[in-house]
Write a protein that binds this ligand. Structure first.
Ligand code: 6R9
Length: 631
């Protein structure tokens, strides 16, 4: 287990040491874990192939560091307080001993179904304990999990299952979200019509709704575990074996499978959890993210459990039965650490302070924010109304690709500045570069955020397509990892993230590529071409604005918009629905045929008088039309 840094002085020393001798620094951290065999060499790397390996030759199983370790030391300590969607339905408290047992039993089921080390297993489930168990059981037997957020459509699931060539899918009959009950298994059935590699589907019971079960492929979870022989022996894995694939959107093409490997990811998620949150014995941690996103992987499943923490896992939504739900959960479990997203804060702010005032929130010690830049208004509301000006807010900057938090205050240690992610964690070496790739030295500079040295949980590859990994992250600037974010370093050397500089839109903390949404829009039969941009949105951070050219048709605009939305829901999921769809007769293009997104962004922002130079456009007239029709 990682011992956290205790003071700003110690942080400064640790940071300096981690830069002077990174291998020594990470050797010391890695030595805090259970390895089946110690690594022979700490690090080999280059950012040109790219090829990064940490703790080379080390053998381990990450779940031994979660289950065996804590089930032995603190068997009766609660690992997960599971809180049901419905506050009147009893939740479940799962101790480390019980978690160990349940994971070993389910690992036995996976083995019995013929799933082996290295096989890919897709998991599409609501936030029920079986989801955490499924993830850990895969890791236990050395299968590579690929969790797909349970809001994605059948078509998006099929794409991911096929890309990963998954042999099994773990799912549930249905799910509860607020007042809704959602048919999860039916969606999987639809997805799997397009997938040939899946041989086994295990279905956990949640809603009890009737579902179709395919003979020889589909099995009920509870029946399978009843007949299973537990696997207590954890598979011996190599430090650089893949732990999981998680699909994420970029500026081009389909979502790509980000691959993380076991040793480095383990060391870094535990390290960053311990240091950023300063979790201490007896604390109760609550991260509101879904396990379908990276935050749920690193700071719900792996980081906290590696550190033996007690945490809350919540099935439902922040506004059910009312907008005080998070606050009621905090009081119910005496939560000390609360980690959420700016979009949730802004949304809950809008329900008024009376929703908060009913609750004491006095157990809270540390607040955290993740997923998008936190605006000052939301920061202050969070600080005053939730933290009662008594809790540091850790504004944690990181990405699916970074595996763990890279820039963030350490709670109660780093001086805070609202809307600043502040300083890099030990071992993290950020650089800012200008458009020409020149590294900007010194303070008071703004540029594109890159990393010049690997940290243990850096992305290793994109599944099945290493070239794509190289092109996306390691080619924009030679020998640097490019994050896709713009960033400012102020006069004191503090970092402030300015948002994406590429064609990625961050909607409520969820990433979408403009190209991905455009291609879903273009599937609607009448659409000729489309262009999608982000624009500032009060609650979601960014909203999605689509400009669409359609063929001549008898359909009216409302009908067209509806069909376009249907196409997006079908191909990606409701979370990617544009807020605004403007039907246009043309798009502003340069003579070389490139869409001038800058102009479309300005119109979407409502900044119609500052469109800049439009003289290089093929057809400047079109801008006038777009301005007139702006929504
Ligand atoms: C962890 C996660 C990554 C993108 C990232 C950036 C934005 C995340 C942020 C933040 C400002 C923060 N982002 N945390 N921007 N301040 N504290 O969200 O991963 O879904 O891959 O998104 O989110 O733009 O590049 P992911």
């Amino acid at each position: 287990m990682i011992k956290a840094i205790q003071s700003f002085d110690e942080y400064t020393r640790a940071y300096a040491a981690s830069i002077a001798d990174p291998e020594k620094y990470w050797d010391d951290q890695a030595a805090q874990f259970i390895w089946k065999k110690k690594w022979d060499k700490t690090l080999e790397w280059n950012f040109s192939d790219p090829d990064v390996k940490w703790f080379i030759g080390g053998k381990l199983n990450i779940t031994e560091n979660i289950l065996d370790r804590h089930a032995t030391k603190t068997p009766d300590k609660v690992a997960i307080h599971w809180e049901s969607n419905n506050p009147d339905e009893a939740g479940k408290d799962i101790t480390y001993k019980q978690l160990y047992e349940q994971v070993c039993v389910f690992a036995g089921v996976l083995k019995q179904k013929g799933i082996k080390k290295g096989d890919r297993v897709c998991i599409y489930m609501p936030m029920i304990p079986e989801l955490a168990i499924a993830v850990l059981a895969c890791a236990r037997i050395g299968a590579i999990h690929s969790v797909i957020f349970a809001g994605f459509s059948a078509s998006a699931v099929a794409d991911r299952v096929n890309d990963a060539k998954a042999v099994a899918v773990l799912t549930s009959d249905g799910s509860f979200r607020g007042t809704k009950s959602i048919a999860v298994k039916a969606l999987i059935d639809e997805a799997l019509q397009q997938c040939e590699t899946v041989k086994t589907v295990l279905v956990a019971k949640r809603t009890g709704d009737a579902v179709a079960m395919k003979d020889g492929r589909d099995y009920w979870w509870d029946e399978a575990i009843a007949g299973a022989t537990p696997v207590y022996e954890a598979e011996e894995m190599d430090s650089e074996d893949p732990l999981f694939i998680l699909y994420t959107s970029g500026s081009t093409g389909k979502p790509k499978g980000v691959v993380h490997t076991i040793g480095g990811y383990m060391v870094y998620t535990a390290f960053s959890f311990a240091n950023v949150f300063q979790y201490n014995e007896g604390d109760v941690y609550f991260c509101t993210a879904d396990i379908g996103w990276i935050t749920g992987h690193s700071y719900l499943v792996y980081g906290p459990l590696l550190q033996g923490a007690t945490q809350v896992m919540f099935e439902g939504i922040p506004t059910y039965p009312d907008a005080g739900r998070f606050w009621s959960i905090i009081d119910k479990y005496a939560v000390t650490h609360f980690y959420t997203a700016p979009t949730a804060i802004r949304s809950l702010m809008s329900f008024g302070d009376t929703m908060v005032e009913k609750y004491s929130l006095k157990s809270l010690k540390v607040l955290g924010s993740v997923g998008e830049p936190i605006n000052e208004e939301a920061w202050h509301w969070f600080n005053e109304h939730i933290g009662k000006k008594n809790c540091p807010i850790v504004d944690t900057w990181w990405q699916t690709e970074t595996g763990g938090i890279l820039i963030s205050p350490l709670a109660s240690i780093t001086p805070l500045v609202p809307s600043y992610a502040t300083l890099p964690l030990p071992g993290v070496q950020p650089v800012l570069v200008d458009a020409n790739g020149t590294v900007l030295e010194g303070n008071n500079v703004e540029g594109n955020l890159c990393m010049k040295f690997p940290w243990p949980s850096i992305i290793r590859t994109t599944y099945g397509d290493h070239e794509r990994c190289k092109q996306t992250y390691f080619s924009t600037y030679p020998n640097l990892y490019f994050t896709g974010d713009g960033c400012k370093r102020d006069e004191k050397g503090y970092y402030r993230i300015m948002g994406r500089v590429d064609d990625v839109i961050n909607v409520s903390g969820h990433r979408f590529g403009t190209a991905e949404i455009e291609s879903a829009i273009n599937e609607q039969a009448d659409v000729i071409e489309s262009a999608v941009v982000g624009y500032p949105h009060e609650v979601k951070g960014q909203g999605i604005y689509a400009y669409v050219i359609c063929d001549k048709t008898d359909k009216n605009e409302d009908q067209l918009r509806k069909e376009i939305l249907d196409s997006i829901v079908k191909l990606i999921g409701p979370i990617a629905k544009p807020d605004k769809i403007q039907i246009v007769t043309g798009l502003p293009k340069t003579r070389s045929g490139k869409i001038m997104r800058r102009i479309l962004r300005k119109v979407a922002e409502g900044d119609l008088n500052n469109l800049g130079d439009t003289s290089t456009l093929l057809d400047p007239e079109i801008v006038e039309e777009i301005k007139k029709g702006a929504l």
